[in-house]
Design a protein around this ligand. Structure first.
Ligand SMILES: Cc1cc2nc3c(=O)[nH]c(=O)nc-3n(C[C@H](O)[C@H](O)[C@H](O)COP(=O)(O)OP(=O)(O)OC[C@H]3O[C@@H](n4cnc5c(N)ncnc54)[C@H](O)[C@@H]3O)c2cc1C
Length: 816
């Protein structure tokens, strides 16, 4: 019995020391004291084991002892097995900042670092722009008209966008731009996202491209010339990187720029002769200036800096001789301006290089450095806006669409989809707004940009699919009245651009995170490169301490022992504590994968993707927690917060489980399972009760619905296009009254109090009035309500020959 008690004491003490990462000395003290106790009052065998443990820990853990024998041996092995970082990877590793993503890697996130920077609102000017200009422009756009009838934005919309500075949101005021914060840019794009062409046309000039590159790297002359013209739309930019041979593997572009002598403006100068073929370039058909990435060579070493100068970015006016530009591709969904650009022997002066001659060869670094911010904003904001819109129209439609005498929103199958739509919209808004806030605080979140790009665009695609399903034929039938179908068919665009999603998930999220965000890996690699054994010793053994710490934290937290202290209210606390547990488990698994797979991990994309999924779901959950913590909560929001966090925890645990099932080293995987999931899985999908509650909240007039839709165009008074959200909102305001009256008339009909041929609702209302079942006011109300409902249910039809482009190929099927 005493032996058992001392054993438990020793294990508890060691777990405590490991959990707190108190170091080797503390562990030695625990083992020595419990060893002495065992020697005196219990088992000598146990005492010898504990003394041996203390001796080994001292030899390995105390720097003074290990530096002579252990560290040199480990350093030698590390140098052999450590992954080689290519130059391209190094550029990616050096770009951007590490913030909350790094905390999640530690296994013991410091929540105060997350909550330190509350998400402040927009400035008055930004809010006014959102309320006036954004509302105005979005209310002039009808998806069918833009996508099908004109395949372009209307001229008045283009003019308005340019005049009001939409294309220069990132450009400083001194150059005539709006100089909006990241939060404001995101809010604008969320609002414009209901129309894909509109969002893309505004998003692209404000994302990675000439504007941003000039701001960061341009010469003063280039800035003075281009920035005012980009701000007011006199110049429309595009950026050409992709070509037929180089898509995801963008550094492999075969487009060349050869330094040579040539004639320019009547003078002989040293310039660059370009030959290139680009495709899928957004805004190219109408662009006045093309940002171009090419590989620069100086075969005669005219510039004296070697022959292969590397990827270079230049700005080329559209009318430069040799440019072939203006043809269009037809992107799926909405054919926004997108097309190929070719150049044959296009001769440009060296000062067309962005940043001038000194920036030749720096193109890849420039692009990667700028990518993190744009990728956090443009597509994730579009995804958040689209999801909110899908939530608004789906909630509205399913409430007014009655089948089996009941709103379809009350059918559980539909509710499942509605709850998913609402929660993914909530998660997307929290993630994009909070991440934009980090950018405004000076961060350039590289790993979160990949997380948001992948997960929010995937959520938006799944949300649009759910929204289509709950709308039935209404959304399947295209035409001016269809507010959803075109967005739905365009959803693969954001999946593919700015880092195709499969690659982003499989290669980038964890691949980049593992080295960038890990507290010690980069330090170890740097020490290896610098052959600095002292720094290596510190990093490596701190790393080892972290692994032991994460093992202890994972096990104890999974067993519910010593729950993590978290600064959240009682509603959010269990989720934050679960997240702390996942962070420890993730840290441990990440180290196990890196140690057992080494450089092979790069090729093991399925493993990397699962680790990325754990990290991503933790990151998204943190954003929801922060959003909940600091925003004004509305009635009913708690259920949505809980559903969303439950979903993210379930997904994180799923990824952990799949990772453990598939890690090639089975004994390590089995040990990890004991440490991270000793009691098996703990998270199920959200409960059906929560599903019902949330479905009702977004399909009726509630504060939750209003909060989710707050950033959209919700009024109906402006512009030329109909606003489905406003119309549904109006119908939902009257829904309770209408529902009571629907029931009254249905009951009367079922009891035989109304004529049996009164099958149409309108007929029943008239008969109910005649029979004294409805008052006049009730009958008038229902006539009006039902007429609005029918209007929202109506779909378009067209003349027989409306869709055929080749009219002469039309067949007269009914010819005699
Ligand atoms: C509508 C549209 C607009 C665009 N706008 C622009 C623009 O303005 N400027 C510009 O320069 N480019 C633009 N692009 C190009 C876009 O960025 C590329 O399409 C994208 O980089 C992917 O390249 P790809 O389509 O050739 O796919 P591929 O590279 O051929 O990839 C095919 C599939 O393989 C996957 N894959 C590739 N490598 C890996 C890997 N290592 N691991 C796992 N999976 C992998 C991808 O995820 C994808 O699913 C646009 C594209 C489209 C369709």
């Amino acid at each position: 019995m005493t032996t058992l008690i001392i054993t438990i004491l020793a294990i508890t003490g060691l777990l405590f020391v490991m959990r707190r990462e108190l170091g080797a000395l503390a562990a030695i003290i625990v083992m020595t004291i419990t060893g002495l106790l065992a020697w005196m009052i219990a088992s000598k065998v146990l005492a010898i084991l504990l003394f041996a443990g203390a001796a080994v820990t001292a030899a390995c853990g105390l720097s003074i002892l290990r530096s002579q024998w252990l560290t040199p041996a480990i350093f030698k092995i590390f140098k052999k097995v450590a992954p080689k970082v290519s130059q391209t990877e190094q550029v990616a590793l050096d770009a951007g900042t590490v913030g909350w993503d790094g905390e999640l890697f530690t296994g013991k996130p410091n929540w105060y670092k997350l909550l330190d920077n509350p998400c402040s609102g927009l400035s008055d000017t930004e809010q006014a722009f959102l309320d006036k200009q954004c509302t105005e422009v979005v209310s002039r756009c009808n998806a069918w008209n833009i996508a099908v009838e004109r395949a372009d934005l209307p001229k008045d919309v283009w003019d308005y966008l340019k005049k009001e500075g939409f294309l220069g949101m990132i450009i400083p005021k001194e150059y005539g731009g709006l100089n909006f914060s990241a939060k404001a840019q995101s809010a604008v794009l969320q609002k414009l996202a209901v129309n894909e062409s509109l969002m893309v046309s505004v998003g692209v000039p404000n994302s990675l491209g000439p504007g941003e590159l000039l701001l960061k790297y341009g010469t003063q002359e280039q800035k003075d010339h281009y920035l005012p013209r980009l701000a007011d739309g006199r110049d429309v930019p595009c950026f050409g990187l992709t070509g037929p041979r180089a898509g995801s593997d963008a550094t492999s572009i075969p487009d060349t720029g050869i330094v040579c002598k040539g004639e320019f403006d009547g003078k002989e100068i040293i310039g660059i002769k370009l030959n290139f073929e680009k495709r899928w370039i957004t805004l190219a058909p109408i662009a006045t200036v093309v940002g171009l990435a090419f590989r620069m060579f100086d075969p005669d070493n005219l510039l004296g800096k070697g022959q292969d100068r590397g990827i270079t970015c230049a700005l080329i006016p559209r009318d430069t001789k040799g440019m072939e530009i203006g043809r269009r591709h037809c992107p799926i969904g909405s054919p926004f301006m997108n097309g190929p650009i070719k150049g044959k022997d296009v001769f440009i002066p060296l000062d067309y290089i962005i940043g001038g001659e000194q920036m030749a060869g720096e193109g890849w670094r420039m692009l990667v450095e700028c990518l993190s911010v744009g990728r956090c904003i443009t597509l994730p904001s579009s995804a958040a806006g689209t999801s909110a819109f899908a939530a608004g129209v789906s909630g509205g439609f399913t409430r007014i669409r009655r089948q089996f005498n009941t709103p379809v929103a009350d059918m559980e199958g539909v509710q499942e989809a509605l709850a998913r739509i609402a929660s993914q919209s909530y998660i997307a808004q929290a993630a994009v707004n909070q991440t934009a806030n980090m950018i405004d605080q000076g961060e350039k979140p590289a790993v979160p940009s990949a997380i948001l790009k992948y997960h929010l665009t995937e959520m938006s695609r799944s949300t649009l699919t759910d929204a289509m399903d709950v709308h039935g034929g209404k959304a399947v039938t295209l035409g001016p009245r269809n507010y959803l179908g075109i967005s739905y068919s365009g959803s693969p665009v954001s999946i593919t651009v700015e880092g195709a999603n499969i690659m982003t998930r499989s290669l980038m999220i964890f691949g980049q995170g593992a080295i960038r965000c890990h507290p010690y890996v980069l330090k170890e690699l740097d020490a290896k490169n610098a052959d600095d054994i002292k720094t290596f010793d510190k990093a490596f053994f701190s790393h080892l301490g972290l692994i032991f710490g994460n093992a202890a934290r994972s096990l104890t937290l999974a067993l519910g022992i010593g729950k993590a202290a978290v600064p959240f209210d009682s509603a959010a606390k269990p989720y934050a504590q679960a997240l702390a547990r996942f962070s420890a488990a993730f840290g441990l698994c990440a180290d196990a994968a890196m140690t057992t797979l080494g450089s092979e991990l790069k090729m093991r994309e399925l493993i990397s993707a699962r680790l990325g999924d754990i990290l991503s779901n933790m990151y998204l959950a943190s954003m929801v927690l922060k959003h909940w913590h600091e925003s004004d909560k509305v009635e009913g929001e708690q259920a949505l917060m809980e559903y969303s966090l439950n979903l993210l925890m379930y997904r994180a645990e799923n990824a952990l489980d799949e990772f453990l099932q598939n890690l090639p080293n089975r004994s390590v995987a089995n040990t990890l399972r004991v440490l991270t999931m000793p009691l098996g899985r703990r998270w199920d999908k959200p409960h059906d009760d929560a599903t019902r509650t949330i479905a009702r909240a977004i399909s009726t007039d509630t504060p939750v619905r209003s909060k989710l839709l707050a950033n959209l165009w919700t009024s109906d008074s402006e512009g030329t296009a109909e606003n489905p959200i406003a119309r549904y909102n109006a119908l939902l305001k009257d829904y309770d009254k209408a529902e009571t009256l629907y029931r009254k008339v249905t009951k009367a009909y079922n009891k035989g109090e109304l004529p049996m041929e009164a099958l149409h609702p309108e007929q029943r209302f008239e008969e109910a009035l005649s029979a004294g079942i409805y008052t006049k006011e009730e009958a008038d109300f229902m006539r009006q309500y039902e007429s609005s409902v029918l209007d929202m249910l109506t779909v378009d039809d067209f003349p027989f020959d409306a869709f055929a482009h080749a009219k002469d190929a039309l067949i007269n099927h009914n010819a005699a």
